[in-house]
Design a protein around this ligand. Structure first.
Ligand code: SF4
Ligand code: SF4
Length: 461
Protein backbone atom coordinates (compact mmCIF):
# COMPACT_ATOMS: atom_id res chain seq x y z
CA UNK A 1 0.00 0.00 0.00
CA UNK A 2 1.17 3.55 -0.79
CA UNK A 3 0.37 6.89 1.11
CA UNK A 4 0.46 10.52 -0.27
CA UNK A 5 2.20 13.11 2.03
CA UNK A 6 0.03 16.21 3.02
CA UNK A 7 1.00 20.07 3.24
CA UNK A 8 3.08 20.55 0.19
CA UNK A 9 3.12 23.48 -2.22
CA UNK A 10 0.76 23.40 -5.13
CA UNK A 11 2.32 22.27 -8.36
CA UNK A 12 4.73 20.11 -6.60
CA UNK A 13 4.33 16.50 -7.28
CA UNK A 14 3.16 14.52 -4.31
CA UNK A 15 5.78 12.48 -2.61
CA UNK A 16 4.86 8.89 -2.31
CA UNK A 17 6.22 6.99 0.68
CA UNK A 18 5.80 3.31 1.36
CA UNK A 19 3.48 2.31 4.16
CA UNK A 20 5.18 0.84 7.20
CA UNK A 21 4.81 -2.90 7.44
CA UNK A 22 2.14 -3.92 9.90
CA UNK A 23 2.81 -6.45 12.66
CA UNK A 24 0.04 -8.85 11.38
CA UNK A 25 0.88 -12.62 11.36
CA UNK A 26 1.88 -14.19 7.97
CA UNK A 27 -0.84 -16.24 6.34
CA UNK A 28 -0.21 -20.09 6.65
CA UNK A 29 0.52 -21.85 3.40
CA UNK A 30 -2.37 -24.01 2.21
CA UNK A 31 -1.63 -27.64 3.19
CA UNK A 32 -1.33 -30.26 0.47
CA UNK A 33 -3.99 -32.90 1.14
CA UNK A 34 -2.47 -36.07 2.56
CA UNK A 35 -2.91 -38.95 0.16
CA UNK A 36 -5.39 -41.53 1.35
CA UNK A 37 -3.96 -45.01 0.75
CA UNK A 38 -6.15 -47.42 -1.16
CA UNK A 39 -6.27 -51.20 -1.34
CA UNK A 40 -3.62 -52.35 -3.87
CA UNK A 41 -5.93 -55.18 -4.95
CA UNK A 42 -5.09 -58.68 -6.09
CA UNK A 43 -1.46 -59.85 -5.88
CA UNK A 44 0.01 -62.22 -8.47
CA UNK A 45 3.08 -63.16 -6.42
CA UNK A 46 1.29 -65.54 -3.95
CA UNK A 47 -0.62 -67.08 -6.86
CA UNK A 48 2.63 -67.74 -8.72
CA UNK A 49 4.31 -69.25 -5.70
CA UNK A 50 1.34 -71.57 -5.09
CA UNK A 51 1.40 -72.65 -8.74
CA UNK A 52 5.16 -73.19 -8.49
CA UNK A 53 4.75 -75.52 -5.52
CA UNK A 54 2.05 -77.51 -7.36
CA UNK A 55 4.30 -77.73 -10.45
CA UNK A 56 7.26 -79.02 -8.41
CA UNK A 57 5.05 -81.71 -6.84
CA UNK A 58 3.79 -82.72 -10.31
CA UNK A 59 7.37 -82.68 -11.68
CA UNK A 60 8.38 -85.17 -8.97
CA UNK A 61 5.24 -87.31 -9.17
CA UNK A 62 4.96 -87.82 -12.94
CA UNK A 63 8.01 -90.09 -13.40
CA UNK A 64 8.01 -91.65 -9.92
CA UNK A 65 4.41 -92.87 -10.28
CA UNK A 66 4.72 -93.78 -13.98
CA UNK A 67 2.07 -91.22 -14.90
CA UNK A 68 4.29 -89.88 -17.65
CA UNK A 69 7.63 -91.41 -18.47
CA UNK A 70 9.50 -92.42 -21.60
CA UNK A 71 11.45 -95.46 -20.44
CA UNK A 72 14.27 -95.69 -22.98
CA UNK A 73 15.96 -98.97 -21.83
CA UNK A 74 12.60 -100.80 -21.74
CA UNK A 75 11.23 -98.93 -24.78
CA UNK A 76 7.98 -97.99 -23.08
CA UNK A 77 6.01 -94.77 -22.86
CA UNK A 78 3.88 -94.42 -19.73
CA UNK A 79 1.06 -91.99 -20.32
CA UNK A 80 -1.54 -91.46 -17.58
CA UNK A 81 -2.15 -95.13 -16.80
CA UNK A 82 -1.42 -96.48 -20.30
CA UNK A 83 1.77 -98.41 -20.93
CA UNK A 84 2.59 -97.87 -24.60
CA UNK A 85 5.22 -99.98 -26.30
CA UNK A 86 7.65 -98.57 -28.78
CA UNK A 87 5.85 -100.66 -31.43
CA UNK A 88 2.90 -98.31 -30.85
CA UNK A 89 5.00 -95.39 -31.99
CA UNK A 90 2.09 -93.65 -33.71
CA UNK A 91 0.20 -93.25 -30.41
CA UNK A 92 3.37 -92.16 -28.60
CA UNK A 93 4.03 -89.61 -31.32
CA UNK A 94 0.48 -88.25 -31.17
CA UNK A 95 0.58 -88.10 -27.36
CA UNK A 96 3.74 -86.00 -27.46
CA UNK A 97 2.38 -83.81 -30.25
CA UNK A 98 -0.74 -83.26 -28.18
CA UNK A 99 1.33 -82.00 -25.24
CA UNK A 100 3.26 -79.65 -27.53
CA UNK A 101 0.03 -78.43 -29.08
CA UNK A 102 -1.36 -77.63 -25.62
CA UNK A 103 1.73 -75.53 -24.83
CA UNK A 104 1.48 -73.71 -28.19
CA UNK A 105 -2.25 -73.02 -27.67
CA UNK A 106 -1.44 -71.61 -24.23
CA UNK A 107 1.08 -69.23 -25.84
CA UNK A 108 -1.53 -67.95 -28.32
CA UNK A 109 -4.16 -67.38 -25.63
CA UNK A 110 -2.15 -66.31 -22.61
CA UNK A 111 1.26 -65.33 -23.95
CA UNK A 112 4.15 -66.35 -21.74
CA UNK A 113 2.07 -67.66 -18.88
CA UNK A 114 3.89 -70.99 -19.21
CA UNK A 115 7.28 -69.29 -18.68
CA UNK A 116 6.14 -67.19 -15.74
CA UNK A 117 4.00 -69.72 -13.93
CA UNK A 118 4.76 -73.29 -15.03
CA UNK A 119 8.28 -73.69 -16.45
CA UNK A 120 10.57 -75.81 -14.19
CA UNK A 121 13.63 -73.86 -15.35
CA UNK A 122 12.09 -70.59 -14.18
CA UNK A 123 10.80 -72.10 -10.95
CA UNK A 124 14.20 -73.50 -9.97
CA UNK A 125 16.06 -70.37 -11.10
CA UNK A 126 13.88 -68.20 -8.89
CA UNK A 127 14.24 -70.67 -6.02
CA UNK A 128 18.03 -70.55 -6.40
CA UNK A 129 18.04 -66.72 -6.33
CA UNK A 130 15.75 -66.62 -3.29
CA UNK A 131 17.87 -69.21 -1.48
CA UNK A 132 21.07 -67.27 -2.14
CA UNK A 133 19.71 -63.97 -0.85
CA UNK A 134 17.99 -65.66 2.13
CA UNK A 135 21.27 -67.34 3.14
CA UNK A 136 23.11 -64.04 2.84
CA UNK A 137 20.59 -62.23 5.02
CA UNK A 138 20.43 -65.00 7.62
CA UNK A 139 24.21 -65.40 7.95
CA UNK A 140 24.71 -61.63 8.20
CA UNK A 141 22.05 -61.39 10.87
CA UNK A 142 23.18 -64.24 13.10
CA UNK A 143 26.94 -64.58 12.60
CA UNK A 144 29.39 -62.39 14.50
CA UNK A 145 31.93 -62.45 11.71
CA UNK A 146 32.83 -59.53 9.52
CA UNK A 147 31.09 -59.10 6.17
CA UNK A 148 33.86 -60.88 4.20
CA UNK A 149 33.75 -64.05 6.31
CA UNK A 150 29.96 -63.93 6.45
CA UNK A 151 29.78 -63.79 2.65
CA UNK A 152 32.19 -66.70 2.38
CA UNK A 153 30.04 -68.78 4.75
CA UNK A 154 26.78 -67.96 2.96
CA UNK A 155 28.37 -68.75 -0.44
CA UNK A 156 29.71 -72.09 0.85
CA UNK A 157 26.30 -73.01 2.24
CA UNK A 158 24.66 -71.98 -1.03
CA UNK A 159 27.03 -74.14 -3.11
CA UNK A 160 26.49 -77.08 -0.77
CA UNK A 161 22.68 -76.89 -0.87
CA UNK A 162 22.74 -76.29 -4.64
CA UNK A 163 24.91 -79.39 -5.09
CA UNK A 164 22.47 -81.58 -3.14
CA UNK A 165 19.47 -80.05 -4.94
CA UNK A 166 21.18 -80.64 -8.32
CA UNK A 167 21.60 -84.34 -7.56
CA UNK A 168 17.94 -84.68 -6.55
CA UNK A 169 16.61 -82.72 -9.52
CA UNK A 170 18.88 -84.50 -12.00
CA UNK A 171 17.67 -87.80 -10.54
CA UNK A 172 14.02 -86.85 -11.08
CA UNK A 173 14.75 -85.55 -14.58
CA UNK A 174 16.57 -88.74 -15.63
CA UNK A 175 13.76 -90.79 -14.01
CA UNK A 176 11.61 -89.56 -16.92
CA UNK A 177 13.78 -91.79 -19.13
CA UNK A 178 15.15 -94.56 -16.85
CA UNK A 179 13.27 -96.67 -14.31
CA UNK A 180 13.65 -94.85 -10.91
CA UNK A 181 14.68 -97.96 -8.88
CA UNK A 182 17.27 -98.86 -11.51
CA UNK A 183 18.47 -95.25 -11.48
CA UNK A 184 18.74 -95.20 -7.69
CA UNK A 185 20.84 -98.34 -7.83
CA UNK A 186 23.16 -96.68 -10.38
CA UNK A 187 23.34 -93.54 -8.26
CA UNK A 188 24.20 -95.41 -5.05
CA UNK A 189 26.90 -97.42 -6.82
CA UNK A 190 28.37 -94.18 -8.35
CA UNK A 191 27.89 -95.63 -11.80
CA UNK A 192 29.44 -93.38 -14.43
CA UNK A 193 30.06 -96.16 -16.96
CA UNK A 194 26.59 -96.99 -18.32
CA UNK A 195 24.60 -94.58 -20.47
CA UNK A 196 22.10 -93.97 -17.62
CA UNK A 197 24.92 -93.24 -15.16
CA UNK A 198 26.73 -90.89 -17.53
CA UNK A 199 23.48 -89.08 -18.38
CA UNK A 200 22.74 -88.70 -14.63
CA UNK A 201 26.22 -87.32 -13.86
CA UNK A 202 26.11 -84.91 -16.85
CA UNK A 203 22.61 -83.68 -15.92
CA UNK A 204 23.69 -83.11 -12.31
CA UNK A 205 26.64 -81.03 -13.46
CA UNK A 206 24.52 -79.02 -15.92
CA UNK A 207 21.82 -78.44 -13.29
CA UNK A 208 24.43 -77.18 -10.83
CA UNK A 209 25.96 -74.82 -13.40
CA UNK A 210 22.47 -73.63 -14.27
CA UNK A 211 21.71 -72.90 -10.60
CA UNK A 212 24.98 -71.13 -9.97
CA UNK A 213 25.53 -69.12 -13.12
CA UNK A 214 22.92 -69.39 -15.84
CA UNK A 215 19.50 -69.12 -14.17
CA UNK A 216 17.15 -66.74 -16.03
CA UNK A 217 19.77 -66.18 -18.73
CA UNK A 218 18.76 -69.60 -20.01
CA UNK A 219 15.35 -68.15 -21.00
CA UNK A 220 16.78 -65.37 -23.15
CA UNK A 221 19.90 -67.09 -24.51
CA UNK A 222 19.10 -70.79 -24.92
CA UNK A 223 15.40 -71.63 -24.66
CA UNK A 224 13.77 -71.76 -28.12
CA UNK A 225 10.27 -71.66 -26.66
CA UNK A 226 10.70 -68.05 -25.58
CA UNK A 227 11.42 -67.00 -29.15
CA UNK A 228 8.72 -69.25 -30.56
CA UNK A 229 6.10 -67.51 -28.47
CA UNK A 230 6.91 -64.20 -30.12
CA UNK A 231 5.72 -65.76 -33.38
CA UNK A 232 2.59 -67.27 -31.84
CA UNK A 233 1.18 -64.17 -30.19
CA UNK A 234 -1.28 -61.79 -31.86
CA UNK A 235 -3.24 -58.62 -31.04
CA UNK A 236 -5.41 -60.36 -28.44
CA UNK A 237 -2.76 -62.33 -26.57
CA UNK A 238 -2.41 -61.63 -22.87
CA UNK A 239 0.63 -59.49 -22.03
CA UNK A 240 1.95 -57.18 -19.33
CA UNK A 241 1.54 -53.52 -20.28
CA UNK A 242 2.47 -50.18 -18.73
CA UNK A 243 -0.18 -47.48 -19.34
CA UNK A 244 0.37 -43.97 -18.02
CA UNK A 245 -1.73 -41.49 -20.03
CA UNK A 246 -1.85 -39.01 -17.09
CA UNK A 247 1.88 -39.14 -16.28
CA UNK A 248 1.35 -40.58 -12.80
CA UNK A 249 4.61 -42.55 -12.66
CA UNK A 250 6.72 -41.35 -9.73
CA UNK A 251 9.92 -42.94 -11.07
CA UNK A 252 10.36 -45.07 -7.96
CA UNK A 253 11.75 -47.86 -10.22
CA UNK A 254 10.38 -50.58 -7.99
CA UNK A 255 8.94 -52.32 -11.06
CA UNK A 256 12.54 -52.67 -12.33
CA UNK A 257 13.98 -53.80 -9.00
CA UNK A 258 11.50 -56.66 -8.58
CA UNK A 259 11.91 -57.93 -12.15
CA UNK A 260 13.94 -61.17 -12.16
CA UNK A 261 14.62 -60.65 -15.84
CA UNK A 262 16.18 -57.25 -15.18
CA UNK A 263 14.08 -55.22 -17.60
CA UNK A 264 12.02 -52.04 -17.50
CA UNK A 265 8.49 -52.92 -18.60
CA UNK A 266 7.84 -49.23 -19.28
CA UNK A 267 9.99 -49.43 -22.40
CA UNK A 268 7.81 -51.95 -24.25
CA UNK A 269 5.40 -54.82 -23.56
CA UNK A 270 7.13 -56.87 -26.28
CA UNK A 271 10.57 -57.32 -24.74
CA UNK A 272 11.73 -60.88 -25.32
CA UNK A 273 12.94 -61.11 -21.73
CA UNK A 274 9.49 -60.46 -20.26
CA UNK A 275 7.97 -63.72 -19.03
CA UNK A 276 4.65 -62.17 -18.02
CA UNK A 277 5.10 -63.05 -14.35
CA UNK A 278 3.24 -59.97 -13.07
CA UNK A 279 5.72 -59.14 -10.29
CA UNK A 280 6.02 -55.58 -11.62
CA UNK A 281 2.21 -55.26 -11.51
CA UNK A 282 2.22 -56.08 -7.78
CA UNK A 283 5.11 -53.68 -7.18
CA UNK A 284 3.50 -50.72 -8.93
CA UNK A 285 0.10 -51.41 -7.36
CA UNK A 286 1.68 -51.44 -3.88
CA UNK A 287 3.62 -48.22 -4.40
CA UNK A 288 0.87 -46.16 -5.97
CA UNK A 289 -1.78 -47.52 -3.58
CA UNK A 290 0.06 -45.68 -0.78
CA UNK A 291 -0.54 -42.48 -2.72
CA UNK A 292 -4.19 -43.39 -3.23
CA UNK A 293 -3.75 -44.19 -6.92
CA UNK A 294 -4.18 -47.34 -8.96
CA UNK A 295 -1.09 -49.03 -10.44
CA UNK A 296 0.10 -48.32 -13.95
CA UNK A 297 1.05 -51.85 -15.04
CA UNK A 298 -1.55 -54.46 -15.92
CA UNK A 299 -2.25 -57.71 -17.68
CA UNK A 300 -4.04 -56.70 -20.88
CA UNK A 301 -5.48 -58.47 -23.91
CA UNK A 302 -3.05 -57.14 -26.51
CA UNK A 303 -1.35 -53.74 -26.54
CA UNK A 304 -4.60 -51.94 -27.32
CA UNK A 305 -6.92 -54.41 -25.64
CA UNK A 306 -8.85 -54.17 -22.38
CA UNK A 307 -7.44 -55.01 -18.99
CA UNK A 308 -7.53 -58.59 -17.78
CA UNK A 309 -10.40 -59.14 -15.35
CA UNK A 310 -12.31 -55.96 -16.24
CA UNK A 311 -14.89 -55.16 -18.86
CA UNK A 312 -15.39 -58.69 -20.19
CA UNK A 313 -19.00 -59.73 -20.04
CA UNK A 314 -18.87 -63.44 -20.82
CA UNK A 315 -16.86 -66.22 -19.21
CA UNK A 316 -15.18 -67.13 -22.49
CA UNK A 317 -13.98 -63.56 -22.99
CA UNK A 318 -12.68 -63.56 -19.45
CA UNK A 319 -10.50 -66.64 -20.10
CA UNK A 320 -9.18 -65.27 -23.38
CA UNK A 321 -11.46 -66.81 -26.03
CA UNK A 322 -11.90 -63.56 -27.84
CA UNK A 323 -12.15 -64.34 -31.55
CA UNK A 324 -12.95 -67.10 -34.06
CA UNK A 325 -9.29 -68.07 -34.32
CA UNK A 326 -9.22 -69.03 -30.66
CA UNK A 327 -12.46 -70.98 -30.96
CA UNK A 328 -10.93 -72.96 -33.82
CA UNK A 329 -7.76 -73.60 -31.80
CA UNK A 330 -9.76 -74.93 -28.88
CA UNK A 331 -11.95 -77.06 -31.14
CA UNK A 332 -8.86 -78.59 -32.77
CA UNK A 333 -7.44 -79.23 -29.32
CA UNK A 334 -10.69 -80.87 -28.26
CA UNK A 335 -10.83 -83.10 -31.37
CA UNK A 336 -7.19 -84.00 -30.91
CA UNK A 337 -7.79 -84.97 -27.27
CA UNK A 338 -10.90 -86.97 -28.21
CA UNK A 339 -9.00 -88.79 -31.00
CA UNK A 340 -6.11 -89.57 -28.70
CA UNK A 341 -8.42 -90.82 -25.98
CA UNK A 342 -10.28 -93.02 -28.49
CA UNK A 343 -6.98 -94.43 -29.82
CA UNK A 344 -5.80 -95.18 -26.29
CA UNK A 345 -9.04 -96.82 -25.23
CA UNK A 346 -9.26 -98.91 -28.43
CA UNK A 347 -5.73 -100.24 -28.26
CA UNK A 348 -5.41 -103.95 -27.51
CA UNK A 349 -3.34 -104.78 -24.47
CA UNK A 350 -2.43 -108.05 -26.18
CA UNK A 351 -0.52 -107.93 -29.45
CA UNK A 352 -0.50 -111.19 -31.45
CA UNK A 353 1.40 -111.45 -34.71
CA UNK A 354 1.62 -114.63 -36.82
CA UNK A 355 3.63 -114.95 -40.02
CA UNK A 356 4.65 -117.96 -42.11
CA UNK A 357 8.35 -118.75 -42.45
CA UNK A 358 8.82 -119.19 -46.16
CA UNK A 359 12.56 -119.80 -46.29
CA UNK A 360 11.35 -123.38 -46.93
CA UNK A 361 7.90 -123.55 -48.49
CA UNK A 362 7.05 -126.88 -46.86
CA UNK A 363 8.60 -130.06 -45.51
CA UNK A 364 7.32 -133.56 -46.24
CA UNK A 365 8.19 -136.70 -44.32
CA UNK A 366 8.18 -140.33 -45.46
CA UNK A 367 4.53 -141.01 -44.65
CA UNK A 368 3.50 -138.06 -46.87
CA UNK A 369 2.65 -135.62 -44.04
CA UNK A 370 3.32 -132.03 -45.12
CA UNK A 371 4.60 -129.42 -42.64
CA UNK A 372 4.50 -125.60 -42.89
CA UNK A 373 6.37 -123.48 -40.33
CA UNK A 374 4.97 -120.31 -38.72
CA UNK A 375 6.33 -117.70 -36.37
CA UNK A 376 4.22 -116.47 -33.47
CA UNK A 377 4.91 -113.30 -31.49
CA UNK A 378 2.80 -112.37 -28.44
CA UNK A 379 3.30 -109.13 -26.49
CA UNK A 380 1.26 -108.50 -23.36
CA UNK A 381 1.19 -104.69 -23.07
CA UNK A 382 -1.18 -104.81 -20.11
CA UNK A 383 -0.51 -105.57 -16.47
CA UNK A 384 -2.60 -108.75 -16.12
CA UNK A 385 -1.40 -112.21 -17.13
CA UNK A 386 -2.97 -113.46 -20.37
CA UNK A 387 -3.42 -116.97 -21.80
CA UNK A 388 -3.34 -117.17 -25.58
CA UNK A 389 -5.01 -120.10 -27.30
CA UNK A 390 -4.52 -120.79 -31.02
CA UNK A 391 -6.97 -122.51 -33.30
CA UNK A 392 -7.45 -123.15 -37.03
CA UNK A 393 -10.43 -122.64 -39.32
CA UNK A 394 -10.65 -124.01 -42.85
CA UNK A 395 -7.88 -126.57 -42.55
CA UNK A 396 -9.63 -129.71 -41.32
CA UNK A 397 -7.60 -132.77 -40.42
CA UNK A 398 -4.43 -130.84 -39.56
CA UNK A 399 -2.72 -130.34 -36.21
CA UNK A 400 -0.18 -128.08 -34.43
CA UNK A 401 3.31 -129.43 -33.84
CA UNK A 402 5.68 -127.89 -31.28
CA UNK A 403 3.09 -125.58 -29.80
CA UNK A 404 1.43 -126.07 -26.42
CA UNK A 405 -1.69 -124.42 -27.83
CA UNK A 406 -2.15 -122.41 -24.62
CA UNK A 407 0.57 -119.84 -24.11
CA UNK A 408 0.75 -118.00 -20.75
CA UNK A 409 2.16 -114.47 -21.04
CA UNK A 410 2.78 -112.37 -17.94
CA UNK A 411 1.96 -108.63 -17.89
CA UNK A 412 4.64 -106.65 -19.74
CA UNK A 413 6.15 -109.86 -21.18
CA UNK A 414 6.62 -110.74 -24.83
CA UNK A 415 7.22 -114.24 -26.20
CA UNK A 416 8.13 -115.64 -29.60
CA UNK A 417 7.65 -119.21 -30.83
CA UNK A 418 8.15 -121.14 -34.06
CA UNK A 419 5.60 -123.89 -34.63
CA UNK A 420 4.50 -126.17 -37.44
CA UNK A 421 1.17 -127.23 -38.84
CA UNK A 422 1.13 -130.82 -40.02
CA UNK A 423 -1.27 -132.02 -42.72
CA UNK A 424 -1.33 -135.83 -43.13
CA UNK A 425 -2.46 -137.24 -46.49
CA UNK A 426 -5.81 -138.04 -44.86
CA UNK A 427 -6.51 -134.26 -44.56
CA UNK A 428 -6.97 -134.29 -48.32
CA UNK A 429 -5.58 -130.84 -48.97
CA UNK A 430 -5.42 -129.59 -52.53
CA UNK A 431 -1.96 -129.44 -54.09
CA UNK A 432 -0.38 -125.96 -53.97
CA UNK A 433 -1.81 -123.11 -51.94
CA UNK A 434 -4.57 -123.74 -49.37
CA UNK A 435 -6.14 -120.70 -47.69
CA UNK A 436 -7.18 -120.93 -44.05
CA UNK A 437 -7.36 -118.83 -40.89
CA UNK A 438 -5.40 -118.99 -37.69
CA UNK A 439 -7.41 -117.76 -34.73
CA UNK A 440 -6.02 -116.48 -31.44
CA UNK A 441 -8.17 -116.18 -28.32
CA UNK A 442 -7.28 -114.52 -25.04
CA UNK A 443 -10.12 -113.91 -22.60
CA UNK A 444 -12.85 -112.15 -24.58
CA UNK A 445 -10.48 -111.05 -27.33
CA UNK A 446 -10.48 -112.96 -30.61
CA UNK A 447 -8.34 -112.21 -33.59
CA UNK A 448 -8.06 -114.08 -36.89
CA UNK A 449 -5.20 -114.09 -39.39
CA UNK A 450 -5.50 -115.03 -43.06
CA UNK A 451 -2.77 -117.56 -43.81
CA UNK A 452 -1.81 -120.05 -46.50
CA UNK A 453 -0.71 -123.67 -46.19
CA UNK A 454 1.45 -124.89 -49.04
CA UNK A 455 1.50 -128.52 -50.13
CA UNK A 456 3.58 -130.00 -52.95
CA UNK A 457 2.40 -128.73 -56.31
CA UNK A 458 0.86 -131.28 -58.70
CA UNK A 459 3.95 -131.57 -60.90
CA UNK A 460 6.29 -132.02 -57.92
CA UNK A 461 4.31 -134.89 -56.28
S1 SF4 B 1 6.62 -49.05 -9.97
FE1 SF4 B 1 5.06 -47.85 -11.01
S2 SF4 B 1 5.44 -45.79 -10.27
FE2 SF4 B 1 7.28 -46.91 -9.78
S3 SF4 B 1 8.60 -46.58 -11.56
FE3 SF4 B 1 7.47 -48.47 -11.96
S4 SF4 B 1 5.70 -47.78 -13.16
FE4 SF4 B 1 6.56 -45.94 -12.17
S1 SF4 C 1 8.69 -56.97 -16.76
FE1 SF4 C 1 7.22 -57.54 -15.16
S2 SF4 C 1 6.08 -59.25 -16.04
FE2 SF4 C 1 7.91 -58.98 -17.30
S3 SF4 C 1 9.40 -60.37 -16.41
FE3 SF4 C 1 9.75 -58.40 -15.43
S4 SF4 C 1 8.48 -58.48 -13.58
FE4 SF4 C 1 7.78 -60.13 -14.88
Amino acid sequence: MLAIEQGREPGNAPVVTPEKPTSAKPQPKPKRPKPVPIDPGFHYHPLRKTVHVICVVIFFLLPLTNLMRLDIPRQRFYFFGYELWISEFSIIFFSMMFLMFVVAAMAILWGRVYCGYLCPQMIFSEASLSLESWLQRTVNRYSRWDAKKGNLLSKTLFYLISGIASVILAFVFIAYFVEPRDLLHRLLSFDIKTAGGIAGAATTLLTLLDFLFLRQRFCTVICPYGYLQGMLTDNDTLLVHYRDENHECIECKKCIRVCHMGIDIRNSPYQVECIGCGECIDACNDILARLGKPGLIHYVWGERGGRFGTGDKTWYQKVGIRDAKRVVILLVLLFYAAGLFTALSMRHALLVQIAPIRATLYRQDNDGTVYNTFHLKVANRGRQQQTVVLGMEGLAGTRFVGFENALVVAGGQSLERDFEIAAPPSAGLAPGVNHFQLVSRAGNERESFDETFITPFKDSR
